[in-house]
Design a protein around this ligand. Structure first.
Ligand code: HEC
Ligand code: HEC
Ligand code: HEC
Ligand code: HEC
Ligand code: HEC
Length: 438
């Protein structure tokens, strides 16, 4: 009998552990590991795993650039790149230059849950000036969290999409200022000057556009409360180029976002010796410039074709699948990107060589007042077509990385060709405009 009781007691102790659902206090190490959250926040983990935040330090192009950059600067980049791309790996001393990312524990790779939810304060609007707390508290938007043994919870305005402070937190990483002072990535600055930040009636935070809400439960534990949950997949323009969770879904999400970003118009008028086509683009869906952020890597361009019967009589921006758009000999090319220049004023490819920059982008709405001249923020380019076209098509294409950027990384032995082969070329559905002679 005594043995039976002891066995039962032992079973009662072991069973919850074996079934994996026993709520227990996460250790300090477990608090940092996204996988430890999956038993109670499965959807958030699933979405995050396929996001660019999870990809940030696994990205083969990121690793290639860090390797090349450290080599060319003799280690001069230090921890700057990994500070934003793998903040917890830096914080925990697992890397100080990003050259050993292959050996860094998976739990510390990328912009992890802890990088946002353990943020105690936002101390500046660039270069990840976020102070992380190691106090076992997960910060969120709820003022009334249900108690859990796993971790403490607290409300923080910088984790509340309804609060401007949440954009400041995103902005802390989404603006990059190089040691030489060049403000290389300006997504937050662009947003802060737009109608989405300056006008009360059109206010939208980063999270309100990038984290769609849905009904669900605060945790997957029994008895959980009904809550509004938010999408953690956060698509933008970048896509995974290696074998990565939710890869096809992420591409579709990027496509869906691109398809609502721009408005386009195409008009024709008579010109010398033919017709002039005015193609107008307006940034309506994006809360900052288009493209934004790492726009020195992005290639956004207009493809324009004019046909007479089955003869192509004029074209601009027609690049083959494997052709770098920048290599086109095309004086009319309409390309949107950041052009970066080195100390000698010549164009360069990489952040660590950059000293100055020109931005060619579509700006977001700057005012909601239709009388204000700044209300019009569309851009028009005119294409002069000689002869008698009977059919014209204009459309916008986007590549997350220029082939002129990644090609040389393969040649230099920093990147596998398979990453370049996986590079998609997106077509933005809302920009496809056709004109016919009738
Ligand atoms: C054993 C279950 C469990 C685990 C494991 C767990 N959580 Fe939670 N978490 C909860 C519960 C329960 C709540 C509160 C739900 C509610 O109030 O509806 C919560 C709330 C949260 C909140 C919202 C806090 C607020 O006040 O708004 C965040 C953020 C959060 N958890 C992040 C995490 C992260 C990150 C991990 C992994 C490191 C994690 N959780 C692991 C159960 C868990
Ligand atoms: C880039 C920053 C960021 C990262 C990384 C991140 N979160 Fe969140 N998380 C947020 C924001 C912002 C909210 C929305 C709060 C609000 O406004 O309600 C949120 C909300 C939550 C909530 C509350 C429920 C909900 O969906 O609103 C939970 C739970 C949560 N996150 C868990 C996680 C887990 C687990 C991970 C890692 C797998 C993670 N988060 C990664 C920023 C982040
Ligand atoms: C700790 C730094 C950090 C914070 C905080 C952060 N991000 Fe990011 N975010 C990154 C990095 C680094 C990447 C780039 C990953 C890549 O493409 O390899 C990224 C990528 C993204 C992308 C995808 C961009 C693309 O081109 O596909 C979006 C969208 C995004 N973040 C939105 C947000 C939002 C919204 C918030 C605030 C809720 C936020 N981020 C907070 C560092 C951060
Ligand atoms: C009004 C909605 C809206 C708001 C507000 C918004 N975004 Fe975006 N964001 C978009 C759309 C649409 C795209 C895709 C088109 C594009 O790249 O501009 C995008 C793209 C991005 C990208 C990829 C840009 C690129 O060209 O590589 C990043 C990074 C990003 N957003 C971060 C942010 C951050 C950080 C904030 C807040 C400071 C923010 N977004 C505010 C709608 C929004
Ligand atoms: C202040 C934080 C920060 C620093 C510092 C930083 N990055 Fe990023 N990086 C980002 C964010 C945010 C994005 C996403 C921007 C976007 O999608 O437009 C990004 C995107 C990227 C990407 C994704 C590629 C792309 O174009 O989509 C690469 C590669 C990259 N950075 C490389 C680097 C390298 C190399 C360094 C160091 C020289 C570096 N980054 C420094 C925040 C940072």
């Amino acid at each position: 009998m005594d043995r039976m009781v002891r066995l039962l007691l032992l079973l009662a102790f072991l069973l919850p552990i074996a079934s994996g659902c026993a709520p227990h206090r996460l250790t300090e190490e477990q608090m940092l590991d996204p996988q430890e959250c999956a038993s109670c926040h499965a959807r958030a983990v699933d979405e995050w795993e396929g996001s660019m935040h999870a990809y940030a330090s696994k990205d083969p192009v990121f690793r290639a650039l860090v390797a090349k950059g450290q080599e060319e600067t003799d280690g001069g980049l230090g921890a700057i790149c990994v500070t934003c791309h793998a903040p917890l790996a830096v914080q925990m001393g697992a890397t100080d230059d990003g050259l050993n990312l292959d050996e860094v524990d998976d739990a510390l790779q990328g912009v992890t849950c802890a990088a946002c939810h353990m943020a105690d304060s936002v101390d500046g609007l660039n270069n990840n000036q976020i102070t992380l707390a190691q106090d076992g508290v997960m910060r969120g938007a709820w003022g009334d969290p249900r108690a859990t043994d796993a971790h403490d919870s607290a409300r923080a305005p910088h984790l509340d999409r309804g609060h401007r402070a949440s954009s400041d937190m995103c902005g802390a990483c989404h603006d990059v200022v190089l040691p030489n002072g060049l403000h290389l990535e300006q997504t937050y600055k662009e947003w802060s000057e737009s109608v989405f930040a300056t006008q009360p009636e059109t206010q939208l935070s980063c999270g309100q556009c990038h984290m769609r809400g849905r009904d669900g439960f605060g945790s997957d534990e029994p008895g959980a409360r009904e809550r509004t949950l938010h999408d953690h997949s956060m698509p933008g323009m970048d896509v995974a180029l290696n074998d990565f969770p939710r890869r096809e879904q992420q591409r579709q999400e990027v496509q869906d976002l691109l398809d609502i970003s721009l408005l386009a118009f195409l008009g024709a008028r008579v010109g010398p010796g033919g017709l002039i086509f005015d193609y107008t683009l307006e940034n309506v869906g994006s809360g900052h410039g288009f493209p934004s952020g790492a726009a020195h890597n992005r290639r956004v361009w207009v493809e324009f074709e004019a046909w007479s019967g089955d003869q192509l009589i004029y074209s601009s921006g027609l690049a083959g699948e494997e052709e770098a758009v920048l290599d086109l000999d095309d004086p009319d090319l309409w390309m949107m990107r950041d052009i970066i220049y080195g100390a000698d004023g010549e164009e360069v490819k990489h952040a660590w060589e950059a000293v100055t920059m020109d931005k060619v982008q579509l700006s977001p709405g700057l005012t909601a007042d239709p009388v204000d001249p700044a209300f019009v923020h569309s851009v028009t380019r005119s294409y002069q077509v000689l002869g008698t076209p009977d059919r014209v098509r204009a459309q916008v294409r986007m590549r997350p990385f220029g082939l002129d950027v990644v090609g040389p990384l393969v040649d230099g032995g920093y990147l596998e060709q398979s990453a370049v082969d996986a590079m998609p070329t997106f077509l933005l559905a809302s920009t496809v405009k056709e004109w016919t002679a009738e």
